[in-house]
Design a binder for this molecule. Structure first.
Ligand SMILES: Cc1cc2nc3c(=O)[nH]c(=O)nc-3n(C[C@H](O)[C@H](O)[C@H](O)COP(=O)(O)OP(=O)(O)OC[C@H]3O[C@@H](n4cnc5c(N)ncnc54)[C@H](O)[C@@H]3O)c2cc1C
Length: 396
């Protein structure tokens, strides 16, 4: 009987696949990553709000551990990838009709600054005129705090490059189609750029983002595992507007009181996001006209004095949409946990582990936890590095 070719095979070159490849290679495992497209970060990992943040609003739903973990990861990324992750001043304007009260926002920011050791303050009225033409009618106060922004696709590429430098192998145009269990792992059936091939592994990590439930089903179609699950896919759209705002804003949509960000992004302005139920092929996700109108309306509500003519649909430079993967079940998408969930085919002897949900910000911690969890099912290997200490390369 021949040993499996790889200790770990990872499906998907988004941020989670990249983080897992880095963590697995750093732990000394023979690691292969397979991606269906010709390039990395073609799924959600190039369609996010591009924030490296704790997620201020998760404090409202009591997700303190998630916020704390993300803020810790933000600190590590600022140290290990200062060329990719930058701090910026974020502003929360409070108007007489803002749904959250001044004391509630102050409490949230107080907790946030406790977790991050980063102060917040109330901006003096004399400085309001510096806020990109922010609407000042009925404005009561403006809170100011710090959070970080990145280029999500570039971050994913940098983590992949780090994984490669530790010995992980990456193969693009390789779609995992199905699988079968073997005596000591899994045999994956792949479409390698039009050619059917087989790859054997002791363990498979399914980091296929919005495809996760379908890929999990395919991986286990010839096994007796009953671990199949359903997910809800929730579309989040962004629009890009000409000319950049100087600061970042955390706003409340006047239409439905949801949180919407207005952010400086590559000399332009990024506005997002929405939350729209999605069904269909994840490859076809695209912003809907009503989502574009919704985001334009939020922008116009707060920044009406910035342009002589308010922005219309034809002024939108570009738009994109990504899919949040949430566990299926009752409840509004907005209120569901954003924490990562691992689903194994068999808790006592896993061969396949699927990753649902999660945050761009916490990719490293998520990957570290998963690799740690499967360590005693794999042969002993010599660790090569600690991912907390790894500098991410600067890519041309
Ligand atoms: C609208 C929106 C905004 C967000 N904003 C933020 C934010 O500001 N900050 C933050 O921290 N988090 C944010 N998130 C969360 C974060 O972006 C995601 O959790 C993360 O990008 C998911 O990455 P992933 O690697 O799991 O999936 P993906 O990036 O989707 O990658 C999955 C990969 O798997 C590949 N694949 C699928 N099937 C196969 C197959 N059969 N064979 C081979 N390859 C396959 C796909 O091609 C794809 O490349 C946001 C999410 C959304 C939806």
């Amino acid at each position: 009987m021949t040993a499996p070719q790889w200790d770990i095979v990872i499906i998907g070159a988004g941020i989670h696949g990249a983080g897992l490849a880095q963590a697995a290679a750093a732990a000394g495992y023979q690691t292969l990553l397979l991606e269906q497209y010709a390039e990395p970060a073609q799924g959600t990992s190039s369609k996010s709000s591009k924030l490296i943040h704790g997620g201020l609003r998760y404090l409202e739903s009591g997700e303190f551990a998630l916020v704390r973990e993300c803020l810790h990861e933000r600190k590590l990324l600022l140290k290990n990838a200062p060329h990719l992750v930058k701090m910026n001043a974020f502003h929360i304007p409070v108007y007489s009709d803002t749904s959250r009260s001044v004391w509630k926002i102050r409490l949230g920011l107080g907790l946030y600054s406790l977790f991050s050791w980063q102060r917040f303050h109330q901006l003096p009225r004399s400085k309001w005129s510096l806020l990109d033409g922010l609407n000042q009618q009925y404005l009561q106060t403006v809170f100011s705090y710090y959070d970080a922004q990145t280029d999500d696709a570039l971050l994913t590429r940098a983590v992949l490059a780090s994984a490669q430098s530790l010995g992980a192998e990456l193969r693009y145009r390789n779609r995992v189609v199905s699988a079968a269990p073997t005596a000591d792992g899994m045999c994956l059936h792949c479409d390698d750029d039009g050619q059917a091939i087989e790859i054997t592994a002791r363990l498979v990590f399914n980091a296929s983002g919005p495809w996760v439930a379908e890929v999990h089903r395919r991986l286990l179609q010839h096994s007796d595992s009953t671990s199949n699950f359903d997910v809800s896919l929730v579309q989040g759209a962004h629009i890009v507007l000409p000319t950049a705002v100087k600061h970042a804003y955390y706003l409340e949509a006047p239409q439905d009181k949801r949180a919407v960000f207005v952010l400086p992004w590559q000399d332009q302005t990024l506005v997002g996001t929405t939350e729209t139920e999605f069904s269909g092929d994840p490859a076809e996700v695209a912003p809907r006209p009503e989502e574009i109108d919704y985001l334009l309306a939020v922008y116009r509500h707060y920044f009406s004095s910035r342009q002589q003519q308010p922005f219309e649909r034809e002024d939108v430079v570009s738009s994109f949409a990504g899919l949040r993967v949430l566990p299926a079940g009752d409840g509004a998408a907005f209120g569901k946990s954003r924490d990562t969930i691992f689903v194994a085919d068999n808790e006592r002897a896993p061969r396949v582990v699927s990753i649902l949900g999660g945050k761009l910000t916490a990719y490293r911690a998520t990957a570290e936890k998963l690799v740690e969890r499967v360590r005693h099912y794999l042969p002993k290997r010599q660790p090569q590095a600690d991912t907390r200490e790894l500098r991410l390369p600067r890519l041309e």
